[in-house]
Design a protein around this ligand. Structure first.
Ligand code: 3HC
Length: 309
């Protein structure tokens, strides 16, 4: 074999080995984020197990993944409907569901957690997974506001633990934040970066700091928009128009808060405010808390800043 052929074979096999390194993916939590992560992993050739507490919840998630895959297919194969149908069918074939996190972790190369934003609940889950999963399995959390170091501290595999922070809607948003703690090994970090690329995402790296890059900037921005509204500086509609047309953002801050959920926004702020009481950027406004206490959570509850049909 000539040198160049050998080099090509080596480089092909190392690429495919890297691609295969995290082929079997377990996603825990089938909410909006977990379903989106599972979908994107399945549509990019990974074997995916989506885990949640009950069959009806998993059936609902699978139905919404199918719908979203069809939206992707419509765009990706706009001139070839049968290829689009094949894409949907093959993606769904790579997706299975399970109600046992421990059982699903046994054959996983990576477990990605996307459950409730509560550090204790996440720690308990990872503690159990740490016992069930092979030692080679990597663990990742999709937390948007908690410390990866705190979550990883419940396990004996801090070196094989990192953050993979996706954005809503996961099939559309191109970014993936890869978070490395001081304990995350080079091997884990490299595999997670490669995994992100295999998912078709643009990866960026951030230290384990509150909100990483995007939420650290977005959350105080949304908080200040709320304070502007409270002060009566401008209407919500005008503030949204201003940021869309003046800064080129796809959504204004209030549309975005309604989309993400006002409860999620207030929850992130309260957590940070408790941990960093001297930082005024993290203080949730009275208006935001009032809306949440009235059940106005955004699009999902039919009303937030705006009303939805
Ligand atoms: N699945 C598949 N495809 C989807 C989709 C989904 N769930 N949602 C939207 N799409 C596709 C649509 O099919 C459409 O495709 P087309 O261009 O071929 O028609 C395309 O995305 C655009 O969707 P729409 O036409 O329905 O609507 P818009 O053009 O208004 O775009 C949006 C919607 C992509 C949500 C856009 O408004 C946007 O980018 N908004 C900002 C979202 C954002 O900032 N997300 C980050 C939130 S912060 C976060 O997630 C962090 C967390 O930790 C809190």
């Amino acid at each position: 074999m000539s040198f160049s052929v050998l080099t090509a074979v080596r480089s092909f096999s190392s690429t495919s080995t890297m691609k295969m390194a995290l082929k079997n993916v377990t996603v825990i939590g089938s909410g909006l984020m977990g379903s989106g992560i599972a979908q994107v992993a399945a549509q990019t050739g990974h074997n995916v197990t989506l885990v949640d507490v009950s069959e009806p919840i998993l059936q609902k998630a699978t139905a919404s993944i199918k719908k979203s895959l069809e939206r992707v297919a419509k765009k990706k194969y706009s001139d070839n409907a049968s290829e689009g149908e094949k894409f949907v069918a093959e993606s769904l074939k790579r997706l299975t569901t399970n109600t046992s996190a421990e059982a699903s972790a046994k054959s996983a190369d990576i477990v990605i957690e996307a459950i409730v934003e509560n550090v204790k609940v996440k720690q308990d889950l990872f503690k159990a997974l740490d016992k069930a999963a092979p030692s080679s399995t990597l663990f990742a959390s999709n937390t948007s506001s908690l410390s990866i170091t705190d979550i990883a501290s419940a396990t004996q595999r801090k070196d094989r633990f990192g953050g993979l922070h996706f954005f809503n809607p996961v099939p559309v948003m191109k970014l993936l934040e890869v978070i490395r703690t001081v304990d995350t090994s080079d091997d884990t970090y490299n595999k997670m970066m490669e995994f992100g690329k295999n998912l078709g995402k643009q990866t960026i790296t951030c230290k384990d700091t509150p909100g990483f890059v995007v939420n650290r900037l977005l959350v105080p921005y949304m908080g200040e928009a709320m304070r502007m509204l409270e002060r009566g500086d401008a209407t919500a509609k005008d503030i949204d128009i201003a940021m869309k047309l003046g800064a080129g953002y796809p959504m204004g801050p209030f549309e975005l808060m309604d989309y993400v959920g006002l409860d999620t926004t207030v929850f992130i702020m309260e957590g940070w405010h408790e941990k960093y009481p001297d930082n005024p950027l993290f203080e949730p406004s009275k208006l935001l808390k009032k809306l949440v206490s009235e059940g106005k959570l955004g699009k999902k509850s039919g009303e937030g800043i705006y009303k939805y049909d």
